[in-house]
Design a protein around this ligand. Structure first.
Ligand SMILES: CC(C)(COP(=O)(O)OP(=O)(O)OC[C@H]1O[C@@H](n2cnc3c(N)ncnc32)[C@H](O)[C@@H]1OP(=O)(O)O)[C@@H](O)C(=O)NCCC(=O)NCCS
Length: 181
């Protein structure tokens, strides 16, 4: 899977590429930074063994699941993952999406680039039919991004999260590559 060069809205180049184990420490820092905002992700503090979990999960990164990063001037700014929805063979055609960007790099097209990159991979990879995700109803930016890429709302868990003292829903969204086996 080749890296792809994209441009920010003001024309600065950045790269989206498959993560390697060398990226895990820096990726954990970007993930932990976004988690600590306590606004967007389910995780608020990363588990101490996260590196082992990631190493195990992505041993065959790029085979039938994916962990990619955005790189800007040699620095990782965020990540995007497509994990198996479950361990059951019944759902092997389904991947669950997660993504995050450091606060200072948001709103500049990097999220769109990462999403386009992994959706192209999913579209071309045999055996993958559907991408699912959950997003808090308060996360206007992410909802707009997924909508822009053709994700549809399939359901909702009402009042499932308490964010800044207020209940929020989890909006369940999906993209179905309908013409694939
Ligand atoms: C969600 C996230 C990955 C989006 O990445 P991004 O680089 O900020 O998004 P982009 O700049 O590519 O914007 C994509 C589209 O979303 C919309 N959008 C982005 N931020 C928005 C905001 N704050 N309000 C409204 N719309 C917004 C725009 O329509 C934009 O499309 P356009 O540029 O064609 O107009 C990023 O904001 C992020 O990391 N947020 C915190 C973590 C998070 O929410 N992760 C997802 C959890 S489900």
């Amino acid at each position: 899977m080749d890296p792809k060069i994209y441009k920010t809205k003001d024309g600065q180049k950045f790269k989206v590429r498959l993560a390697t184990p060398d990226d895990y420490d820096e990726s954990i820092m970007t993930f932990a930074s976004v988690a600590s905002e306590k606004l967007y992700l389910n995780t608020e503090e990363v588990a101490p063994d996260i590196k082992n979990v990631w190493t195990e999960r992505w041993k065959d990164n790029g085979a039938n699941h994916l962990f990619c990063v955005a790189e800007y001037h040699g620095k990782l700014t965020g990540g995007i993952v497509l994990n198996k929805y479950s361990k059951s063979p019944k759902t092997f055609h389904v991947l669950e999406l997660g993504m995050w960007l450091l606060k200072e790099y948001r709103g500049d097209g990097m999220g769109s680039a990462m999403l386009e990159y992994v959706m192209n991979w999913a579209r071309e990879t045999p055996g993958i039919r559907k991408i699912v995700l959950g997003v808090w109803s308060t996360n206007i930016g992410a909802l707009a991004l997924y909508n822009k890429f053709g994700f549809h709302i399939e359901g909702c868990h009402r009042n499932i999260a308490k964010i800044n003292g207020k209940y929020a829903d989890e909006v369940l969204m999906a993209y179905d590559f309908e013409n694939k086996e």
